[in-house]
Design a protein around this ligand. Structure first.
Ligand code: ATP
Length: 547
């Protein structure tokens, strides 16, 4: 796919609908924005993809175990993970460090005060200095790990000053507060925003309580009123998980102890996640309801870099294994200013979509942040004791520590889109009359293909359908998803299964009755081979397991 045609995305969307891979949700009512249904072929493709992931991450490894947690978890989980902030609180982003914080809790320096930006180290200071210079065209003076030169002029303005000069070189809007960690005044607007879907648990209707509350407190200003309502809502509020990951942290001990796992080990989970995305785009690339395949791999502190590279390599080669164009996959290391606050390193596995390289999976080194936060807020010790190791601090035998975590987090629905794009192929072929025509073929990996074999009687009579049905039943018994198909001409049927990505078509014709042979057609080469009727099952099985 080196030259991607402009209408490539539209071609995929159209094929998805035409063949039953993906439909717009609630289409007959005009559709629901950013929600999709996986049709008869889509559901098979998605399941095959997720089963392959499960096989390689759980069934083929001694050091990874599985989990299937509930979508609704205790609200405290989301409070600890930081996802809950912002529902009732105005949130602001620092435009330099990406720190997100509550405006109402932020430090408020006074008019005339200097605004030093205090970084964690010199490297970070140099990095922030460069970002500010590029974006705002001012060069702050770096003093070790502090950046100087900013001062508050009045309640709405701060400025950039050189040395003791009283005149500002440049001025900017001041919001009245600065970021709590670094003291940066370069901030986004305040937003009342959260990515999580909120719902309610329990029989009491919060709306009734809210109505009473509003009636009794008509004299309150809107801020106070909002706070009161928020308190009522919070009492019964629950949230749909925005990622599958947190369950692996909160069930760390249960999983580790019941299966007697020794570090390093991982807990894997796949399933639905929900995010109220501001921008939903590119078909199923970013939707509000989607599926993820995530694994938290718990390692000894200090070994995280080695394991991060291990999982980065494992995961990218897994994606490439099922692709026709492995050259379209790459990984990219996160820049320092791109890293989430809990991560000490991260790689994105990216695919070359029609709109350019973009994320498919994140492989993050999440430090011990999550386990520590959940331990702190739940009061449960989420640590690991290694009898064989010496505690590096005390020098004594036995080391208790909070494990570090490497997380390969992939999108299953996004992966499905990637493989559809990778498989889509238009070829010029000759039709029965020798005229050139375009054949659309989905060269899906046989392990992913929704239907593995189509069984086609050449005509609907002379006993051919009976033979075909018998083959289909035998394939069913051996666990192969086969499909009987007698509609339309044989040529049309081949084209239909080319578009469905069916790797093998078995045709029953007049000769079958004479010599007990059938033809088997290969989707990609279109070559046909005559094989013995009694060998169909074994041959298909062999071809599938060799792929
Ligand atoms: P992005 O930057 O693309 O929004 P993210 O960095 O927020 O993704 P993660 O939280 O790391 O995503 O989630 C892991 C994976 O889950 C992503 O690599 C992606 O494949 C998938 N994913 C995340 N959000 C969505 C979404 N809204 N729709 C479909 N897939 C998603």
């Amino acid at each position: 796919m080196s030259n991607i045609p402009e209408d490539f995305k539209e071609k995929i969307i159209s094929l998805c609908k035409r063949r039953g891979f993906v439909f717009q949700s609630s289409e007959i009512y005009g559709g629901l924005k950013s929600a999709y249904d996986y049709g008869p072929l889509g559901v098979e493709l998605k399941r095959n993809l997720m089963n392959e992931w499960w096989k390689s991450m759980v069934h083929e490894r001694e050091d990874v175990i599985g989990l299937d947690a509930s979508i609704i978890m205790h609200p405290k989980v989301w409070e600890s993970s930081g996802h809950l902030a912002g529902f009732s609180d105005p949130l602001v982003d620092c435009l330099i460090s990406k720190e997100r914080f509550r405006a109402d809790k932020a430090p408020r320096p006074n008019i005339g005060e200097k605004l030093p930006i205090k970084c964690n180290d010199k490297g970070q200071a140099k990095n922030y200095q460069k970002i500010i210079e590029d974006r705002y065209e001012i060069q702050l003076k770096r003093d070790g790990k502090t950046l100087n030169g900013l001062k508050i002029i009045d309640k709405n303005t701060f400025g950039f000053f050189i040395d003791n000069d009283e005149n500002a070189i440049k001025t900017f809007d001041y919001k009245g507060y600065v970021g709590p960690t670094f003291g940066s005044p370069f901030l986004s607007d305040e937003r009342q925003f959260n990515l999580m879907f909120r719902s309610q648990i329990g029989p009491v209707d919060a709306l009734g309580q809210i109505t009473n509350y509003v009636e009794k407190n008509r004299d309150l200003d809107s801020n106070e009123l909002r706070k009161g309502i928020d308190k009522i809502v919070k009492e019964s509020a629950v949230y749909l998980r925005p990622e599958t990951a947190q369950a692996m942290f909160v069930q760390f001990l249960n999983c580790q102890q019941t299966m007697s796992m020794k570090i390093p080990f991982g807990i894997a989970q796949m399933g639905k996640s929900f995010r109220n995305e501001i921008t939903t785009e590119h078909f199923i690339f970013r939707s509000c309801e989607f599926e993820q395949m995530e694994m938290e791999f718990f390692v000894e502190p200090g070994s995280q870099k080695k394991w991060l590279e291990y999982w980065r390599d494992k995961r990218i080669s897994w994606w490439k294994k099922y692709a026709n164009h492995p050259e379209n996959f790459r990984y990219r290391s996160h820049e320092k200013d791109e890293l989430a606050h809990y991560a000490d390193a991260c790689y994105d596995i990216e695919y070359k979509y029609p709109w350019g390289y973009d994320e498919l999976e994140g492989v993050a080194s999440r430090t011990d942040y999550d386990l520590k936060k959940h331990a702190e807020n739940s009061g449960t010790k989420l640590s690991y004791f290694d009898q064989q190791k010496v505690d590096p601090e005390t020098g004594k035998n036995g080391w208790r520590y909070t494990p570090y975590v490497i997380e390969p987090a992939a999108g299953a629905t996004r992966g499905l889109l990637v493989y559809l794009m990778d498989a889509y192929c238009e070829e010029t072929v000759k039709d029965a009359n020798g005229n050139e025509t375009t054949r659309i073929v989905m060269k899906l990996h046989p392990k992913l293909a929704p239907i593995k074999a189509a069984v086609l009687p050449l005509v609907k009579k002379e006993g051919l359908p009976e033979i075909a049905r018998d083959i289909v039943n035998k394939l069913f018994i051996s666990g192969i998803n086969a499909r009987y198909d007698e509609q339309h001409s044989i040529g049309k049927r081949y084209r239909r299964h080319d578009e469905a990505g069916t790797p093998y078509c078995i045709t029953i014709d007049g000769q079958t009755k004479e010599d007990n042979t059938v033809t088997i057609r290969d989707r990609d080469t279109m070559e046909q081979e005559r094989i013995n009727l009694k060998d169909v099952q074994t041959i298909i099985q062999k071809k599938l397991s060799a792929s």
